[in-house]
Write a protein that binds this ligand. Structure first.
Ligand SMILES: NC(=O)c1ccc[n+]([C@@H]2O[C@H](COP(=O)([O-])OP(=O)(O)OC[C@H]3O[C@@H](n4cnc5c(N)ncnc54)[C@H](O)[C@@H]3O)[C@@H](O)[C@H]2O)c1
Length: 244
């Protein structure tokens, strides 16, 4: 796909976005629609509101699927049939935070299944369907560097970076694969944080505020586009400067 084709939107450009009903996922969906792309939006359930859930819009197709199951991933693959697939954005993710002494096996297994195994499995299932010049963007987290109470989450977000680098080599030069590591982003996930914890974390951000989901979505749009044609196997920190 040439840069001209991309920017002039002369052809369909479908992108699968997982976690599409969440804070960052919905912003990614809206940004891609605003840029003139088409979206297969995936989440556990189709939301009552959100991008493309209003009047019929033939540029968005919603799929309700649990991505930790083979059936769920098969439903996503089926939704891409007869659609020209240019991108996959793995956004779906969960937290099950606890101090190490209280973190049970189930909390580790659940987080690894959603944040690490599911995006790897979905990427492998869709890799052959992506057009030449297509791209995968994985949403990791700055937390892969290690946050108190997030051993399971940090492990999962480090794993998806390993997946990103390994897949970028396996799929080159046909498909690019990159990761974004957001820092603190204002979403329902962060709304759940106690006020004192949120204030402490915000104070550590050099830019002095939480990021907006639209600021992550802008980086996703960039990495999907031919403007990033020479970027693969990289991790982009969208974290207000708090990358270490
Ligand atoms: N909010 C932040 O500060 C922040 C920071 C760094 C990274 N992230 C990452 O960004 C991504 C989105 O986070 P968010 O803040 O928008 O969270 P969110 O909870 O608002 O959205 C996550 C979405 O993933 C969906 N999901 C969960 N399990 C799923 C499954 N098994 N199958 C399909 N969908 C599933 C949820 O239903 C939800 O809609 C996550 O991967 C998260 O780890 C968030």
């Amino acid at each position: 796909m040439t840069a001209t084709e991309w920017h002039e939107a002369s052809v369909d450009r479908w992108v699968v976005v997982t976690g599409a009903a969440g804070g960052i996922g919905a912003a990614v969906v809206q940004r891609l629609l605003d840029d003139g792309l088409e979206v297969v939006a995936v989440d556990l359930a189709v939301p009552d509101d959100g991008p493309g859930t209003g009047p019929d819009d033939d540029r968005i197709a919603w799929v309700a699927a649990d991505l930790t199951t083979a059936d769920g991933r098969a439903a996503v693959v089926a939704a891409t049939e007869d659609r020209r697939l240019v991108g996959l954005v793995n956004v779906a993710g969960i937290t099950r935070d606890a101090r190490l002494v209280k973190m049970d096996d189930a909390a580790v297994a659940a987080v690894l299944a959603v944040n690490a195994q599911a995006p790897l499995d979905l990427s492998l299932a869709l890799a052959d369907r992506l057009v030449e010049g297509g791209a995968i963007v994985n949403i990791s987290s700055r937390s892969h560097l290690g946050n108190f109470g997030q051993m399971n989450y940090a492990t999962s977000k480090g794993a998806i970076i390993g997946t990103t680098i390994a897949l970028s080599r396996s799929l080159a030069p046909r498909v690019r694969v990159n990761a974004i590591a957001p820092g603190l982003i204002a979403t329902p996930m962060t709304d759940a944080m106690p006020d004192d914890v949120l204030a402490k974390v915000t104070a550590e951000v050099p830019l002095g505020r939480a990021g907006e989901p639209t600021e992550v979505a802008a980086e996703v749009a960039h990495l999907l586009s031919p403007d990033a044609a020479y970027t693969t196997g990289q991790v982009v920190y969208v974290c207000g400067g708090r990358s270490r």
